[in-house]
Write a protein that binds this ligand. Structure first.
Ligand SMILES: [Mg+2]
Length: 427
């Protein structure tokens, strides 16, 4: 919420949140129809965790993320399918490609969740909005075989809450203006930002439902929720000015994000993923002849709750080594709920500018470190141009079998460059 700007509600429920039902299992059932209607779990991997369970398996007591061994104990006839790397991304792309036939304004939040803004489609009334969304839901089922739940509302947050209510194959539409009435009877924990701990504290103080937030005394709310208490009250009233963020809207930056098949609790593993992303982004910055000043790191916990940290360097750079120490610092800052595992990490470079002439021609005799714009940087940049070209060649498939890809991190020697987890950068 932006306190300086009055909230203006849309006249129609044109925020659509879609969330595939038991996505990994659904994909496996498309690939092997004999699995349909059965107690199926997708799982395994290094930590042996159930990452998706069919609704039949859930009815038998299987949940995510439950250890596979335990799942088989509570449900002895459970069919466990090992996590099929590769195909999930392909189905995810097809799912969002279908969404883009309805509207270009699509925000891919994770492999199986996203927001659509269908306000620019010019629908005349709520019935027309609902018909268009139902048509998309049917196409996704008919053409891809994927069951998906939809939530429609005039605010982004309400649409995300609505899509979870009637799974699987849910279709929940909140009429414009009816947000507060829709939210009031729901448990207070459905609001983004109200985690399990906060929910327990609120309940102990008589605030069990979202509607209770709108009637509780302000001093009580301030003592329980801190300075941002009014943001929760605004959400409870259905006042939320979140917009759908498309890739185009964010074109003035370079970003990459990764959703993990299982939530990760270990800092070093997430840092390894973040380093690899920075390693992959920086060659794109260099290829476009740009320098970046700002680094942002975002983590997402289960329940679509995000925490972000970002900082700008005093000088822009296009070298990995200039940003590596900052990356670790920012990941620690962003991950401010350290006992909560993360589901997704995003790395973004922004604050872009064109290099100045002095940076290209080493006329100023300085011996500064990475990113300071001195002679060392010019040399490093020439070396990296060769490395980038080698990597591009490897990525295109030519001679990739005989020659391993080169990792930039080994060449820039960033001060915080620790070993990567095995294979995290090879592809
Ligand atoms: Mg889902």
């Amino acid at each position: 919420m932006n306190a300086a700007r009055p909230f203006v509600r849309r006249p129609l429920p044109t925020f659509v949140h879609l969330d595939a039902d038991a996505f990994f299992v659904s994909v496996e059932q498309v690939l092997d129809p004999s699995l349909r209607g059965k107690k199926v779990a997708v799982g395994g991997g290094v930590r042996g965790i159930v990452s998706s369970a069919s609704y039949e398996a859930r009815a038998a007591g299987v949940w995510t993320p439950m250890p596979v061994a335990q799942a088989v104990r509570v449900c002895p006839d459970l069919i466990v399918v090992s996590h099929g790397a590769g195909r999930y991304g392909e189905f995810s792309r097809k799912l969002f490609d279908l969404c883009e036939t309805l509207t270009p304004f699509v925000e891919r939040r994770s492999i199986d969740e996203g927001f659509l803004d269908i306000a620019p489609c010019g629908f005349a009334d709520t019935n027309a909005v609902a018909a268009a969304a139902r048509g998309l839901q049917r196409r996704i089922l008919d053409e891809l075989g994927l069951p998906v739940s939809f939530g429609l509302a005039a605010t982004k947050t309400c649409s995300a809450i609505a899509s979870k209510l009637n799974k699987p194959r849910g279709f929940t539409l909140v009429p414009a203006g009816g947000e507060a009435a829709f939210l009031a009877p729901l448990p207070v924990g459905v609001l983004p930002g109200v985690g399990k701990k906060t929910e327990v504290i609120l309940k102990a103080n008589g605030i069990t439902r979202v509607g209770d937030l709108t009637t509780a005394a302000e001093p009580l709310l301030a003592s329980l929720l801190g300075g941002a208490w009014w943001e929760f009250v605004a959400l409870a009233r259905g006042e939320d000015d979140g917009e759908v963020v498309t890739a185009e809207a964010d074109a003035k930056s370079y970003s990459q994000q990764e959703t993990f098949p299982q939530d990760i609790a270990e800092f070093d593993i997430v840092l390894g993923h973040a380093r690899r992303m920075l390693d992959e982004l920086m060659p794109k910055v260099r290829a476009d002849g740009k320098l970046a000043r700002t680094l942002t790191v975002k983590v997402r916990y289960p329940g679509m709750i995000d925490d972000t940290a970002g900082r700008s360097r005093s000088e822009a750079s296009d070298l990995e080594g200039a940003f590596f120490p900052l990356l670790e610092t920012l990941l620690r800052e962003a991950w401010r709920r350290p006992r909560t595992p993360v589901r997704l990490v995003m790395v973004k470079l922004s604050g872009l500018c064109e290099p100045s002439r002095q940076l290209e021609l080493p006329l100023n005799i300085t011996t500064g470190g990475a990113g300071s714009g001195g002679v060392g940087d010019a040399r490093r940049r020439r070396l990296l141009a060769v490395v980038d070209a080698l990597n591009a060649e490897g990525a295109s498939g030519r001679s990739s079998a005989s020659r391993p890809r080169v990792s930039h991190s080994h060449n820039t020697g960033g001060p915080a460059a620790k070993p990567f987890p095995p294979n995290s950068w090879t592809d």
